[in-house]
Design a protein around this ligand. Structure first.
Ligand code: ZN
Ligand code: ZN
Length: 331
């Protein structure tokens, strides 16, 4: 494991815990709001979810499409659900935040359970060159997926500061920790870790002890911005100024209610579109919805609001992507 370090050392740290960039719009939720939210989440575990037609495509079909696209050689992305994508650029395959197992929690008995299959079975994933993790929450860093992932001794695992040792312990031989503003060369793709507005936690005692990040993928033909999990903040205008414009922005459009709690950490569809405008993105791709219930909003509300907000902001329908789980599209 090595750490490139950063002169800017963008991620502020206090008493051993990472901090977000300043955002005057964020207020602390009341205890009452928080307790009632937790009570509702417990009830959701019994809900039966109706999956709309076309929300997920058959896994065999998805796997065949990925295979033929890899042979074809051109850049593409495949949505696997939540924030997990295959991103193929300049002959390299990146896998973001692979959550492909049943639960987004430490236990398979309790905790949020996915209500749709992943876009690809773990064993059908192609050879991965770079695993890119945005942070350590269970719907992004899924140890059950990592356990079954092939090629851990060959691929490079790229993680925010503080997650390197975790990955090494799980059998990854090439681990690169990144601070905000750090970059590395992945073949012809420049990969840049950038800020997001979020938090981290996997156990009772590790809150904000590892960093969270967004990532820019700058290839020869395409520039892709992957927000990871994030709330809306002034940082995106700065990213747009310094690193935009982008061709594609993969941005979270789900897990936003109740706002009093979620605004700090997850964008709603309207804020997601604002990020697209801020980073000067030509095409917006909605993610982090339709996979697992983490919050209050109706599960299939995000795409309609996202399409409308994008239209209001001047995006053509063809430049606002609501993908099916398992679907691949050319970049
Ligand atoms: Zn998260
Ligand atoms: Zn998440």
């Amino acid at each position: 494991m090595s750490n490139t370090g950063s002169k800017n050392s963008g991620a502020g740290k206090s008493k051993g815990r990472f901090q977000n960039l300043p955002n005057p719009d964020i207020k602390k939720p009341s205890r009452k709001t928080y307790v009632s939210f937790v009570m509702r989440m417990m009830k959701y575990s019994r809900e039966i979810v109706d999956i709309p037609e076309g929300h997920i495509i058959p896994q065999d079909k998805a796997a065949n499409d990925v295979k033929s696209r890899l042979e074809d050689g051109a850049d593409f992305i495949t949505w696997l659900g939540q924030a997990s994508f295959l991103i193929r650029m300049n002959g390299r395959t990146f896998l973001t935040d692979p959550y492909l197992s049943s639960h987004a929690s430490p236990s398979r008995i309790a905790g949020p359970k996915r209500f749709v299959e992943p876009g690809l079975r773990i064993e059908d994933l192609p050879k991965i060159d770079y695993l890119v993790l945005s942070h350590n929450h269970y719907d992004h860093l899924d140890s059950r997926t990592l356990k079954k992932l092939a090629g851990k001794t060959e691929m490079m695992a790229i993680v925010p500061l503080g997650l390197g040792r975790y990955m090494e312990k799980r059998g990854f031989h090439h681990v690169q920790e990144m601070d905000w503003w750090d970059s590395l060369q992945a073949g012809d793709v420049t990969l840049r870790a950038l800020p997001s507005q979020h938090w981290s936690k996997r156990t009772l005692f590790d809150r904000n002890k590892s960093l969270w990040a967004s990532f820019a993928f700058e290839g020869k033909n395409n520039k892709v911005f992957f927000t990871g999990d994030t709330g809306y903040g002034p940082l995106f205008k700065d990213i747009g100024e310094d690193f935009g414009p982008f061709d594609y922005t993969l941005v979270g459009i789900g897990a936003y209610e109740p706002r009093e709690i979620m605004k700090a950490h997850h964008t709603n569809p309207e804020e997601a579109v604002q990020i697209g405008l801020d980073v000067k993105s030509r095409i917006l791709v909605g993610m982090h919805w339709g996979t697992v219930r983490l919050t209050d909003e109706p599960l299939f509300e995000p795409p309609g609001r996202f399409l409308q907000a994008a239209k209001n902001a001047g995006y053509d329908a063809e430049n606002t992507w609501v993908m099916s789980i398992g679907e691949s599209r050319s970049l």
